[in-house]
Design a protein around this ligand. Sequence first.
Ligand code: MLT
Length: 412
Amino acid sequence: MALLNDNYLKLKAGYLFPEISRRVKAFCDANPEAAQRLIRCGIGDVTEPLPLAAIAAMHRAVDEMAVRETFKGYGPEQGYEWLRAAIAKNDFRDHGCDIAAAEIFVSDGSKCDSGNILDIFGHKNKIAVSDPVYPVYVDTNVMAGHTGEANDAGTYARLVYLPCKPSNGFIPEPPKRHVDVVYLCSPNNPTGAAANRPQLEAWVKYALEHKAIILFDAAYEAYITDANLPHSIYEIPGARECAIEFRSCSKNSGFTGVRCAFTVVPKSLNAQTKDGTFQPLHPLWLRRMTTKFNGVSYITQRAAEALYSPEGRAQVQALIGHYLGNAKVLREGAKKAGLKVFGGVNAPYIWVKAPKGVTSWQAFDKILGEANVVITPGSGFGSKGEGYFRISAFNSRANAEEVARRLPELKW
Ligand code: MLT
């Protein structure tokens, strides 16, 4: 008899976003009129068209595929050299980060990479996540058998949770105890908080002392507006020896449906074998990618390369400016509604405290039922998210303005 992976049975309910979709569909089926005026600010999915530079590059690449002489089959599993070179220069070396093209792995998404990276880690690591947290970090560790069982609050016995609350500005602090692997996300999904340099320095110091590895998710770095905040963990000395970084074209360039991201694994990053020797992780991730992945399509990689052209960069900036403009409108709307608001300045997410005594799902039901707006309940991101909700700024300006108008009309 075939055995299944029992770890999947330890997962709590459905993945958050499909669960929200299910509830929204049920609401719309029961309330067809309200469905007509529904505005979705739940999942962080982009709404605006691709930058023109990317569109033009895709058209050119499609034409190349139509001709035998320029046709492309399998590409390099790690990504085409010209794209990796553009990334290493523009995203890292131009900002003082010592990262080479050979340390970049082009992929189809940061969500996939942040889950797949577990393939190259052992099963005995003590893993730390922030609370609230992007659910993928937790669920992929559950699937890999790293967490033990969850209690009724959805807290897993073998994970270390780092609380993010107003008193620490929603940025997790290094724990007093030892952990081997820690997930950091800055700017943060869901709270919209972004870590400053001393906060990241504290984490790098901790990781070097504990021979721990930081999995640094920088998928939203392009939304940083404060010039003093670091965009990359590699801006911090020592990070090449303790951190892997995930980046994505999804949220800055509208690629959620196109799929292109990359992960940086420095060649100087080591982890321990069972017999106590240290070995580099880079060859393991290369081996993993060459075995399980055939690379991102040529057409998509050409589109990603075009984002680094002068016109591409200007168009990306305009897109980010659009979503940050929405964030400002939504922040103001939530404030006008008398709610306490965090984030939304260096991130496309606004983290809102529900009125006293209102749970996250109660806020979700009320905002859906009465304002016909979909938000994300904070408790879906962890127990410390209870009593909060997240508003995504990925929308048209007209929708953002309409949500900002409807929120203050709610009577709690
Ligand atoms: C979110 O809404 O948190 C994100 O869209 C999820 C993701 O990027 O996978």
